[in-house]
Design a protein around this ligand. Structure first.
Ligand code: GDP
Ligand code: MG
Length: 789
């Protein structure tokens, strides 16, 4: 039972401490150690916290903390060794003895022939009892070692390649790990066959047990000529790695030191790591985990995510277990549905897709830390890597791919773009004819159809871009790209994986922000989110196209390229700055998965593409529609019956607002209309152009919208003030405006995404610093222009 369940004045003996890390350490420092007696002194008035007496002094614990301490009621209980705690072992309990409260239960796990038994013998050889007893179907041996003031119960479990359910050994090991919950697991790994051996390690990572890797047969590895940066590998896996030569007893003391350290929560490397299953499987896992949490968490010591993984894989034992517990039954059905859906999309069973992801995790970790022996064979399925992640060739190949991607996006997108454009204008004309003139007519034609239509034309480009991105993801090439970019990204304090969200940012920043989910480290995630908006998204492109074609006759492509480049340079500078200030500190390296190459199923690729496009459509259906209507209304009311269109506009709310903020944008060389466009662009940057279409209208009827807008911009003059009569746009003002649109406030949808993925604080920070930066950059450009001429 749990300590929190003891009544006032009852006594108990502590049998184990649950929880992890800092909490565990703290509670043990307070004296809550296995084997100690506790007495409940009193409950606080509201039943929380509770005062306990332990080791001769009184302490108070919150109820939820006390719940993590397992006790047996009564005094002077004989604490059993792990044999008694492991499940399924009734009848073979042995060697119960009184301990000084410092017992660590350690299990040895590893592939057959990795050297577990040798290690076990060496560790126990000079020491105490070695017992032999039978488990359910398979043997396990147990011994006790004194080390560093602790009593270590070491159990040698049968060899397994994995901990799934295929063989009795595997099942036995799994039951022991999950239900017995040893304090520390030593994973014995054959260093001369790392890729296969680490598969088991990935499963241990998922079971959320505290692991130490004994990198055994290290002598063989050295002899082969291969090199392994095992410290780095350990840091990536979040598992201390100790090289050992079990037959000679080398490294075993070191190993035991690590065991004590990890047990005490003092090892700096030991941390939970998450294996990422990719953008198709992760949402299913997330959905299952959510359902599990709704039921109050996974039963029987299963970590939530591990239970979700096993259910999705269709593990029969786990499924049966879940079906046996009321309240969890729906989970099995849900897992089945998700599994079928994924199997259809992949054209393959989900468990093999997930095994691939684990091997991809291993391949990624080894690619960064291991230099294989000269004559060793490349593992099958990863052959193209010798070219695609080549030290030199990797980059031109990637650049060529990028070029094809952007080129296709714009060239192949232009034709359907024209269709949609003419469709929208026909729809506008039709609606205009059908509906009698009046406010409603104007709202529908000038507000809704013009506003949303101006944006929907970009849908083909966006679909194509997302098609390429999905294709890169599904073939496994995306992972290689992060891999080859890792070095460069490290220079700016980011990780190779940040490259993908940044790349996606060129399409739309919303999915880019969501793509940061693959980054395990929170610091990297937030940093990536903060700089991703500088990757100029496709919504900003119409602004550039409008301005460049109006004010630059020559070298249009170069100007456009420079704008994009400015964004990239800013992103790098801001990253460097953040790294030195808010996010200073050491990086935690982590594994970049290198999944095997797959021929993507078109079905899956289209599903991805559609998922991304749906978010874009959603944005249009909601934010842009609302924004268009609001902008239209603000520029329509209050109505002036007399006067030119221009006078009416200046009389409207938006006209007044524009004049109000004019002083703020004047130093940038902008007039009040640009100021208004910037304000409306907060909703979505596509709206900047449609607002300009409304504001820079000619005096003649029909001179509205974006047709001929460039001409009207060129003729635009300052209406009043110091600059009255001068042209609004100089090339410098044009550039300042483009840069302002590039840099300032991403858009409402992106801010919402940042808030959802990180915290309100970062959303606010992002709003603020981008706008200030935009103002400064535009100011500098405008002042430079004045100074030069
Ligand atoms: P188990 O199946 O995991 O229990 O592995 P064993 O302990 O039975 O070892 C398998 C074989 O590997 C035996 O022949 C050992 O002598 C050998 N072996 C174990 N550890 C080492 C090591 O560190 N270096 C070398 N070269 N051989 C080892
Ligand atoms: Mg053995």
């Amino acid at each position: 039972m749990r300590l929190s369940e003891l009544a006032t004045s009852e006594k108990g003996t502590i049998t184990r401490i649950h929880g992890s890390g800092a909490f565990r350490k703290r509670i043990m420092e307070m004296g809550f150690i296995r084997g100690k007696n506790v007495e409940v002194i009193r409950n606080a008035p509201l039943l929380d916290p509770v005062e306990y007496r332990i080791m001769g002094y009184n302490v108070s614990l919150r109820r939820q903390e006390a719940w993590l301490v397992e006790v047996i009621p009564g005094e002077e209980y004989r604490v059993e060794t792990s044999a008694g705690i492991f499940a399924g072992d009734q009848g073979c309990r042995h060697q119960g003895y009184r301990v000084d409260g410092k017992v660590i239960n350690v299990a040895l796990v590893g592939n057959p022939n990795s050297g577990k038994t040798s290690l076990f013998n060496q560790a126990s050889g000079a020491h105490e009892r070695t017992g032999n007893y039978s488990g359910v179907t398979v043997d396990a041996r147990e011994t006790t070692i004194h080390h560093g003031g602790y009593l270590i119960n070491l159990t040698d479990l049968p060899g397994t390649y994995s901990v799934t359910e295929y063989t009795p050994e595997e099942l036995f090991v799994r039951t022991r790990l999950l239900e017995g919950r040893p304090d520390v697991v030593i994973n014995v790994v054959d260093a001369s066959n790392l890729e296969r051996n680490l598969y088991l390690t990935t499963q241990l990572i998922e079971m959320n047990v505290r692991v130490i890797v004994a990198l055994n047969m290290y002598d063989e590895l050295q002899k082969s000529g291969a090199k392994l940066k095992f410290d780095e590998l350990g840091t990536m896996l979040g598992i201390p790695v100790v090289p050992t030569v079990a037959v000679r007893g080398r490294g075993i003391l070191e190993l035991l030191n690590r065991v004590v350290e990890v047990y005490r929560g003092e090892n700096p490397i030991s941390r939970p790591v998450r294996i990422n299953y990719g953008s198709s499987v992760e949402p299913s896992l997330e959905a299952l985990q959510k359902e599990i949490r709704k039921n109050g968490g996974a039963p029987d010591g299963f970590p939530d995510r591990y239970l979700a993984i096993k259910l999705l894989e269709g593990d029969r034992k786990v499924t049966a277990m879940v079906e046996g517990i009321s309240g969890y039954r729906s989970l099995a059905a849900m897992a089945q549905a998700e599994r079928n859906m994924l199997a259809k999309a992949f054209g393959d069973e989900v468990d093999s897709v997930m095994a691939d992801a684990r091997y991809g995790f291993i391949a990624g970790a080894l690619a960064e830390t291991m230099t294989p022996a000269k004559n060793s064979a490349v593992s099958p399925g990863r052959d193209p890597d010798s070219l695609l992640t080549h030290r030199i060739w990797g980059y031109p190949i990637f650049l060529a791919f990028l070029f094809i991607m952007f080129q296709t996006t714009f060239v192949a997108g232009s034709l359907p773009m024209e269709w949609i454009e003419s469709g929208v204008s026909r729809l506008g004309a039709m609606a205009g004819n059908l509906i009698p003139p009046g406010s409603f007519h104007d709202l529908l034609v000038d507000g809704v159809i013009a506003g949303v239509g101006g944006v929907i034309v970009f849908l083909p480009n966006i679909l194509i871009l997302f098609f390429f991105i999905s294709l890169m993801e599904d073939t496994g090439y995306m992972a290689r790209v992060s891999f080859i970019m890792d070095k460069l990204m490290h220079r700016i304090g980011l990780h190779g994986k940040s490259f993908i969200p940044l790349l996606m940012g060129f399409g739309c920043n919303v999915p880019a922000i969501m793509a940061t989910r693959t980054l395990e480290n929170r610091k990297d995630r937030v940093m990536t989110m903060l700089i991703a908006p500088f990757m100029s998204c496709s919504a900003r492109l119409p602004v550039y196209v409008l301005i460049i074609s109006a004010f630059f006759e020559k070298r249009q492509g170069l100007v456009l390229f420079s704008v994009y480049l400015t964004g990239i340079v800013l992103a790098i500078s801001v990253a460097l700055l953040l790294k030195k200030t808010i996010f200073a500190g050491k990086d935690v390296p982590f594994v970049m998965e290198l999944p095997p190459y797959r021929i993507p199923s078109m079905r899956n690729t289209f599903r991805h593409m559609w998922f991304n496009a749906k978010q874009y459509l959603h944005k249009m259906g909601s934010i842009i529609l609302v924004a268009s209507v609001i902008i239209w209304a603000l520029s329509y009311f209050p109505r002036l019956e007399e006067g030119t269109r221009m006078e009416r506009l200046e009389h409207s709310w938006i006209g007044r607002a524009g004049h109000f903020i004019e002083p703020a944008v004047q130093p940038l060389g902008f007039d009040w209309k640009l100021g208004v466009s910037i304000v409306t662009g907060l909703a979505a940057k596509e709206v900047v152009v449609s607002t300009m279409g409304v504001l820079y209208q000619g005096d003649e009827a029909g001179e509205v919208g974006t047709a001929g807008l460039g001409e009207r911009l060129r003729e635009q003059e300052h209406a009043s003030g110091r600059l009255a009569g001068q042209k609004v746009f100089t090339p410098f003002v044009a550039v300042a405006f483009m840069l302002f649109v590039l840099i300032y406030f991403p858009c409402v949808a992106v801010i919402a995404a940042i808030k959802k993925e990180s915290a309100t604080k970062w959303a606010l920070f992002s709003m603020f610093y981008t706008t200030v930066l935009a103002w400064i950059v535009a100011f500098l450009v405008n002042q430079a222009g004045k100074w030069l001429f």
